[in-house]
Design a binder for this molecule. Structure first.
Ligand code: SF4
Ligand code: SF4
Length: 319
């Protein structure tokens, strides 16, 4: 029963949104610390180790670092014929204790998507069914990469000849398995590289050089994804990100979650603001009111909580 005496809150300063932006900016520079080195003409060797072990960064490495994250190390371990127990455990624990908070507050790729979305500020959304199906695409991408890389590990411990042959067949995928499905690889490695070549050679032909068909296709696919992100917030996070796919398995059961007070919330017809602002298109009002993670998709951005005019959404820690 909704408390009829409740009044909606007047407009207030978006403290959470501002804090999130500040943290995103700091993370962006820490993770891509080479930008700081460039600005201050310094060498932050301490940060190099930090980036290399920062556990989430499957691909949030810049073109200037040799850093890699949990998912990249996991795939590398599989390619060596070993099971990445440690990395899998860390991903599972991160999801369990923090959900997808890294996506919402620290991921540089997420930050860039938020900036792009800010250009139009139009939260377009697919129908419920389409959104549900598209959210499975990222799991599919992860599984395909796993199927591709698994034989490499098997051959490595059983048949060296086949290992060498398969390694040649995979080409650059052997070393950088997730690159084709990594937006951050595109943003921080491919894109700056292409721009640099165009500037150096003053020639756009670099995009269409022989033997680069796949790179060219991917280049334009990512440009389209970025354009779509202007209208569909966090399109890559929702539908394609391999880290998002990996962590959402355990983030679904995250101890950090949101809850909605039914006694304060008049529902979708009277309000529904939370669902309209949610960049991950979570059907908040269909989720269990006493604790929800949006099937592991909630990035804990807290937009819904801050914009709720009746203060009906709170965060909670616990089962
Ligand atoms: S924003 Fe959502 S949770 Fe808050 S009152 Fe409106 S419908 Fe309810
Ligand atoms: S449910 Fe709320 S906190 Fe979670 S992603 Fe949507 S707006 Fe952000």
């Amino acid at each position: 029963m909704v408390d009829q005496t409740l009044e909606s809150n007047p407009k207030r300063i978006p403290v959470l949104a501002i804090s999130r932006k500040i943290i995103q900016i700091i993370s962006f520079f820490l993770i891509n610390y080479a930008a700081l080195e460039f600005i201050f003409s310094a060498k932050f060797s301490l940060l190099e180790n930090f980036v290399k072990v920062l556990p989430f960064l499957h691909s949030a490495k810049s073109s200037w670092t040799a850093g890699a994250g949990l998912l990249e190390y996991s795939f590398f371990t599989i390619s060596q014929g070993e099971i990445p127990f440690f990395f899998i455990a860390v991903i599972a624990l991160l999801g369990l204790f923090g959900g997808r908070i890294f996506c919402g507050w620290a991921c540089p790729t997420g930050f860039i998507q938020d900036l792009l979305y800010g250009l139009a500020g139009e939260n377009k959304r697919f129908s419920l069914e389409v959104d549900k199906s598209l959210k499975k695409v990222k799991n599919f991408g992860l599984i395909v990469m796993f199927i591709l890389i698994l034989p490499l590990g098997v051959y490595r411990i059983s048949n060296l000849g086949s290992y060498i042959g398969y390694k040649e067949f995979l080409g650059p995928l052997t070393e950088n398995t997730l690159a084709p499905i990594s937006l951050s690889e595109f943003l921080f490695v491919t894109f700056p590289g292409v721009i640099q070549s165009i500037i150096d050679d003053v020639n756009i032909q670099v995009l269409f050089s022989e033997g680069k068909a796949w790179s060219t296709i991917l280049f334009f696919v990512y440009i389209i994804i970025l354009v779509l992100t202007v209208f569909w917030p966090r399109a890559y996070c929702k539908y394609l990100c391999p880290y998002g796919a990996a962590i959402s398995f355990s983030a679904k059961y995250s101890l950090v979650k949101l809850q909605r007070m039914p006694t304060r919330c008049p529902g979708r017809k009277e309000c529904g603001i939370c669902e309209k602002v949610c960049p991950m298109q979570i059907r908040i009002l269909d989720e269990p009111y006493n604790g929800f993670t949006g099937e592991g998709e909630c990035t804990l951005c807290l937009e819904c909580m801050e914009k709720c005019p009746y203060d009906a959404i709170k965060w909670k820690f616990g089962a």
